[in-house]
Design a protein around this ligand. Structure first.
Ligand code: SAM
Length: 160
């Protein structure tokens, strides 16, 4: 899942739907000292848990809907980000919510930014492909149930 993430100096990463923080902890262990990680989690109990386990000045935990992504980035004066990593069950979302979140992700990314989505099935692929230049980079059978990993970039952006 995190293989496409290049931990360059000052990297800015957003994680959507961090749940119990499995990806979050792995991201943090790789994040450079001057990197930033902004974590969105809608569920109050999970957000509380994340606050307890992630006491690191590089991390900001936001307990809110990913639909409000850019409103929060603006509030904390975070410029466009390099990566959005999503464990959101986006294929289960109704069209308007999914579309809204995908547009938020597109706005949040800088021109060379990447959106990495973890998915149990291909239901939302067509929708994502309409908005992003998308590659399925993996099918992770070590995950139970097995999951697809999409890496997406803005159409026309470079291959950095
Ligand atoms: C499949 S879990 C992610 C698992 C996570 N990677 C982990 O390590 O535990 C999806 C998470 O997305 C959160 N979520 C669902 N809809 C959301 C939304 N609209 N905005 C933010 N978080 C959301 C859920 O509360 C849940 O914790």
């Amino acid at each position: 899942m995190l293989e496409p993430v290049v931990m360059k100096k000052g990297v800015r990463i957003v994680e959507l739907g961090a749940g119990q923080g499995v990806f979050t902890r792995e991201l943090l262990s790789r994040l450079p000292a001057d990197g930033r990680l902004i974590v969105f989690e809608l569920n109050h109990a999970f957000a509380q848990h994340l606050r307890k386990i992630l006491t690191d000045s590089r991390v900001t935990i936001i307990e809110d809907d990913a639909l409000h992504l850019n409103e929060h980035l603006k509030k904390i004066q975070m410029p466009a980000v390099d990566y959005v990593i999503s464990g959101l069950p986006i294929g289960n979302f109704k069209y308007p919510l999914r579309h809204g979140i995908l547009l938020e992700i597109k706005t949040a990314l800088n021109e060379t930014g990447r959106y990495v989505q973890f998915q149990y099935f291909l239901a939302s692929l067509r929708h994502i492909k309409r908005l992003f230049d998308t590659r399925i980079v993996g099918y992770e059978i070590r995950n139970m149930p097995p999951a697809f990993i999409y890496v997406c970039k803005k159409y026309g952006s470079s291959n950095v």
